[in-house]
Design a protein around this ligand. Structure first.
Ligand SMILES: NC(=O)c1ccc[n+]([C@@H]2O[C@H](COP(=O)([O-])OP(=O)(O)OC[C@H]3O[C@@H](n4cnc5c(N)ncnc54)[C@H](O)[C@@H]3O)[C@@H](O)[C@H]2O)c1
Length: 440
């Protein structure tokens, strides 16, 4: 990676997970970066050095390159200083499963007429969005160039993913802007895929749908393992060494969540349906994922019988480790289902409590894992936070009222858990018979 100090300035519209990481990344590469967000509190906080999200390395990167980062609720500075404007506003799901493009349209509508600027779409949008935006820009005589540059970063390693991307996809239908975007990313040395706008949009949706399919696939294999006595961890290890398959996204668990997979899979399914094609495989991927989140309940009931009045400790709430993002986290469904079944739920997450409190009700929050498990009838490990591997399982077992540990991520060592006196249940791994004493 090289920076030459004379890099093109950029604008970034939307300073959430993607926008803020993109802004910090381009600042690190040497660009002046003009960030815009409609959220006044967020912009004020950023100006004062407060980072609104928990993302490893981001705070440090922003601090180092702070002088090149400019924050505003006004588009004017970005338009004045930069010709390339990255758009990273949210595209959440609607009730129908389609992507809500209202924030994207608000950005397009806010643009003045200019033949000097380009909008570069990082937000994940349905195929055809770029075409309709280009049409709208042309109808309004705005003269903007348009580029699709989908984002593939993963929360939890987003900074590293910006700096070392597997590829950069640039979709454009002619003009200067594709070359400008390629030049901005060139110092990273990543493969650059130049293509048309629609194909770039589809690369993003298809990539996430494929990864989600891999997760649902291994979760179904895990469920069959439970019926047949095989161990899905061994199965995944054996499968993953085949380089046509690869080891990633073959970890069985309690289903995928987060701000991207659920909504992008639903959006691709809807996109296909709206275009007249029934995407049967994606229906199954979604259904398997929903059922997977609920299987933990059956595991608890197998050992505890009725959950009415039972104390259940949730270790981890974030949709995965190394993020505070709670959007579509499996813990949301799980905590609601547990309370619906009459259980009392206590939860601990090292970083996501503040976000969780906005979305979860009726759950008591503990300030440590030890506090969460004290007096519990059962523990469910929901998020694979590294600190849970450091737990002294004998102390955990001694502090509990019961002895059941359901490892929703196959994260702990079964032998160590059982040696500590815990009844250990995992996903797709050989399990223990329910004890006649504890089943109620
Ligand atoms: N989070 C991820 O891991 C990830 C990864 C790849 C792609 N994406 C995609 O990137 C996009 C952004 O995702 P995110 O997670 O960063 O969202 P986010 O919700 O964290 O951030 C979106 C930001 O846009 C701001 N915003 C909304 N309307 C605006 C407007 N009109 N002008 C300026 N700012 C506006 C919001 O205030 C917010 O700060 C989505 O389309 C998402 O699917 C996300």
């Amino acid at each position: 990676m090289s920076t030459d100090g004379s890099r093109e300035p950029v604008g970034v519209i939307g300073t959430g997970y993607v926008g803020l990481v993109t802004a910090a990344g381009f600042a690190a590469l040497g660009s002046e970066v003009y960030c815009v967000d409609i959220d006044e509190d967020k912009i004020r906080g950023l100006e004062e050095g407060r980072i609104p999200i928990w993302e490893p390395g981001l705070e440090e990167l922003i601090a180092v390159h702070r002088e090149r980062l400019h924050f505003s609720t006004d588009l004017a500075p970005a338009l004045a200083h930069a010709r390339v404007l990255f758009v990273a506003v949210g595209t959440p799901p609607t009730y129908s499963g389609d992507a809500d493009l209202s924030a994207v349209h608000a950005v397009v509508d806010a643009m003045p007429a200019s033949d000097r600027h380009a909008l570069v779409m990082k937000s994940t949008v349905p195929v055809g969005t770029g075409e309709s935006i280009e049409r709208a820009l042309a109808q309004q005589d705005k003269g903007f160039a348009y580029v699709s540059c989908p984002e593939f970063l993963k929360e939890g390693s987003a900074v590293q993913d910006f700096l070392e991307p597997d590829r950069v996809v640039i979709g454009e239908d002619g003009g200067w802007a594709g070359d400008a975007v390629e030049a901005l990313y060139a110092p990273l040395g990543a493969p650059i895929v130049r293509t048309d706008v629609k194909s770039a949009e589809m690369v993003k949706l298809a990539s996430n749908a494929f990864l989600a399919t891999k997760i649902s696939f291994i979760n179904e294999i895990a469920n069959v393992c439970e019926e047949t006595g095989a161990d899905v961890v061994e199965v995944a290890r054996g499968m993953g060494l085949d380089d046509r398959i690869g080891p990633k996204f073959l970890q069985a668990g309690i289903g995928f969540g987060g701000s991207c997979f659920p909504k992008d899979v639903a959006a691709l399914k809807q996109l296909a349906g709206n275009s007249g094609y029934h995407f049967q495989l994606l229906n199954s991927v979604i259904e398997v994922n929903e059922l997977q989140k609920r299987r933990v309940i059956a595991k608890l009931q197998k050992h505890l019988g009725s959950l009415v009045g039972k104390e259940i400790a949730l270790l981890g709430l974030a949709f995965k480790a190394n993020t505070d993002d709670m959007r579509e986290a499996s813990s949301l469904v799980l905590s609601a289902r547990l309370q619906g079944a009459g259980a009392r739920v206590r939860a601990y997450d090292p970083v996501a409590e503040a976000e969780a409190r906005k979305l979860i009700s009726g759950v008591a929050f503990a300030s440590s894992a030890a506090e969460a498990v004290a007096g519990a009838d059962a523990i469910v490990l929901v998020t694979e936070w590294p600190e849970f591997r450091e737990l002294d399982l004998a102390e955990v077992a001694a502090a509990m009222r019961g002895s059941l540990l359901v490892d929703g991520r196959n994260f702990l060592d079964p032998g160590a858990a059982r040696a500590a006196g815990l009844v250990y249940e995992a996903i797709g791994r050989p399990s223990q018979s329910p004890s006649p004493v504890s089943a109620g």
